[in-house]
Design a protein around this ligand. Structure first.
Ligand code: AMP
Ligand code: ZN
Length: 471
């Protein structure tokens, strides 16, 4: 298994710390808004990495934090006249729904900053004791010049930094060095705060991940992951904090996904060129979003457009149809013995599987893995159809399910995003279904029935018309 390691800028053989186990940390969201489709990329990618490890027998301890204290959360709470707790609870719930809709499995642990203050404070204390951090007027800074390896992860940006040109470095008089960063800061009026030896205040952003990774995974972990914009300063600072405090290497492998772009620019909240996952998922299907993200390699930039989403939807449809066809053929075949030709054809199946694994083991090349699934679809459509024997269809079907399950691309539990539908909305969907039935588009009519069922609404066709009830 080879993984591209940002730390050494090359693909490296994966050697876990403990046999058959992976300790993996993925930076989680700051919970103050609905995620956009760019944010969905790391969710889907690293869930797939985890699924792949699990499929080959690893036990994965997958930790993803929620940043539940932050200036942006406080701002949102003030704007909406809510408490920060209310804002946080709402968006954590919605984010978990989004993840579920994308078939992203829940993490083994989802720690929250506000519940991990003692781990955070202890780590800051350790850094001060080791002379790696200093306090000025209640603020604690990391002393970057006392960590000689500072910059080892993000090499590329270091020269810029030294020239003091980075916009991402806060300049204040209190810092000894302009690259020093905040570990703890005093509260401002009306802000949430925690007691600490330095001031009533709250932690800086970076320290939370170092403290949580240590608590849930140990001093050294196997894989640390996130989007490529996190390399600097966030991950660089995590390395300095964890290695400084623990005196041990932090993460053996660093994985970073490339951006999802729109018109060849990064989709981001600040540029305002984003689409929420809800908008796109409700239009094209959440499974299409997952499939779309996996059809490119995670380290290649990926452009988003309506046409590309349509193409992804059609591609996924071909795979879904193959599943339906295989199930139909299996339910109807009466042949219990494999033919001579089928025995020969079945010998090709292990080659599909082997090539799929080769693609995935080459730094998770999901794009190639999907093209192998398409080849298997073609094979299934050609041979495992009406007239084929039960044992042969079963074998093809078994492999098809195994490979599509590793990528998590075929599932039906989605569209549980919106809160309960109003009566008006339900009537609108019923009308749409009636129109579809009149046009003999029974597939669409069934899709609407299923969609409503997912939302807890059952519809009944009666002589008087269509009735609905909530369950
Ligand atoms: P943020 O809310 O900006 O902290 O982002 C949460 C996660 O999404 C981080 O891992 C980011 O690197 C990632 N991310 C943000 N925007 C994009 C994008 N346009 N494409 C891919 N990943 C992104
Ligand atoms: Zn982090």
């Amino acid at each position: 298994m080879k993984i591209y390691n940002t730390l050494n800028k090359q693909k490296e053989a994966f050697n876990p710390l403990e046999e058959n186990k992976v300790r993996m940390y993925v930076c989680g969201p700051t919970v103050y808004n609905l995620i956009h489709i760019g944010n969905a990329r790391p969710y889907i990618i690293f869930d797939t990495v985890r699924r792949y490890f699990e499929s080959i027998g690893y036990d994965v301890n997958y930790v993803q934090n929620f940043t539940d204290v932050d200036d942006k959360i406080i701002k949102k709470a003030n704007e909406e006249g809510k408490t920060t707790d209310e804002v946080v609870e709402y968006y954590i719930r919605e984010t978990l729904k989004d993840a579920h809709n994308l078939n992203v499995n829940p993490a083994t642990h989802h720690p929250r900053v506000t519940e991990e203050m003692s781990a955070i404070i202890n780590m800051i204390k350790a850094l001060i004791d080791k002379g790696l951090a200093y306090e000025v007027n209640g603020t604690v800074y990391y002393n970057t010049s006392s960590f000689p390896e500072y910059g080892k992860l993000s090499k590329k940006v270091l020269e810029e930094l030294e020239a003091g040109r980075s916009e991402r470095i806060e300049i204040t008089d209190e810092k000894r060095n302009h690259m020093d960063f905040v570990l703890w800061k005093p509260k401002k009026e009306g802000e949430p705060f925690w007691k600490s030896p330095w001031s009533d205040g709250r932690p800086g952003w970076h320290i939370e991940c170092s403290a949580m990774a240590k608590k849930y995974l140990g001093d050294t972990i196997d894989i640390h992951a996130g989007g490529e914009d996190l390399v600097f300063p966030h991950h660089e600072n995590e390395v300095a904090q964890s290695e400084g405090a623990n005196g041990a290497p932090f993460s053996n492998y660093w994985m970073h996904n490339s951006f999802l772009n729109i018109d060849n620019k990064k989709m981001s909240k600040s540029l305002g060129n984003f689409k929420t996952l809800r908008e796109v998922g409700d239009t094209f299907g959440y499974d299409t979003v997952r499939f779309f993200m996996l059809s490119a390699h995670y380290r290649s930039p990926l452009n988003f457009s309506g046409e590309l989403m349509e193409a992804a939807k059609n591609g996924l449809e071909r795979i879904k149809n193959a599943k339906t066809n295989l199930e139909f053929a299996l339910a109807h075949t009466k042949l219990t013995e494999r033919s001579v030709e089928e025995t020969k054809l079945a010998q090709e199946l292990p080659t599909f599987e082997m090539r799929f694994h080769e693609a995935m083991q080459d730094d998770f090349n999901t794009a190639d893995a999907i093209s192998i699934i398409f080849e298997l679809v073609k094979f299934a459509n050609n041979y495992a159809k009406e007239g084929a024997s039960e044992p042969f269809i079963k074998e093809v079907y078994g492999l098809f399910i195994k490979l599509t399950d590793i990528l998590g691309i075929l599932y039906t539990h989605q569209n549980v995003c919106k809160d309960d539908l109003t009566d008006e909305e339900i009537k609108m969907y019923i009308e749409k279904r009636t129109t579809a039935k009149k046009a003999k588009d029974f597939k669409e009519a069934d899709r609407i029935r299923e969609f409503l069922k997912d939302k807890g609404v059952i519809i009944e066709d009666t002589r008087e018309g269509v009735r609905f009830k909530r369950v």
